[in-house]
Design a protein around this ligand. Sequence first.
Ligand SMILES: N[C@@H](CCC(=O)N[C@@H](CS)C(=O)NCC(=O)O)C(=O)O
Length: 214
Amino acid sequence: MYKLFFSPGSAAMAPQALLEEIGAAYELVKVDLATKQHQAAEYKRLNPNGRVPTLVDGDFVLFETAAICQYLIEKHPQAKLAPADLQARGRMLQWLTFMTNTIQVAFLDWFHPDWKFSDAARQADLKQAAEAELYRAFQVLEDSLPGGDTMLEGGFSAADIYLTMMMRWSRFLPRPMWDWPKLKRIAAATYPRPAFQRMLQKQGIAWADNWPQA
Ligand SMILES: N[C@@H](CCC(=O)N[C@@H](CS)C(=O)NCC(=O)O)C(=O)O
């Protein structure tokens, strides 16, 4: 039985939605960021970065969201969370990597400019730069994706879950990700999936309340 250390609405959403897609048994362990549980020595033994998520599979401990997703994809091939074709799989890895090391990083700067600077003016500059970087990255996706309900032409994959997690984070941006039509279409097809809905419900959170229904 897996253990997934999470905080509601965090990057744990994607691995948990994948666990739900797989139908795997898992225990959800809440890490309270408000009381700094993620900085406690006990948790940092699992995840030295003091971040969520962390996946525990027996004696094996794994951190980094994209790595956890990839591990689950590989461990449960029957769940078909990635295409079988090598090049299509390469494309999925390209987008997972782009989302985790470009988009997610810019989101962190936008949400937490205080992590890098104490000075208010420098925080404002960082937030502005992060917002511009997010829009640039959304445009890269928009210009590159085939169009349709999924990121890959071959159909649903873990990358769709990852993008939809970011879509929810983007609800606070002046221009949420759903301003980009191809990205909106993917999230529109992904967030109603029963697995994604179970993840939201188990985390005690809702889909974006400002999501444009039309
Ligand atoms: N690259 C890491 C980033 C994880 C990360 O930054 N998680 C955030 C929540 S989305 C966190 O743990 N924040 C701790 C905090 O707010 O202090 C990953 O994808 O696992």
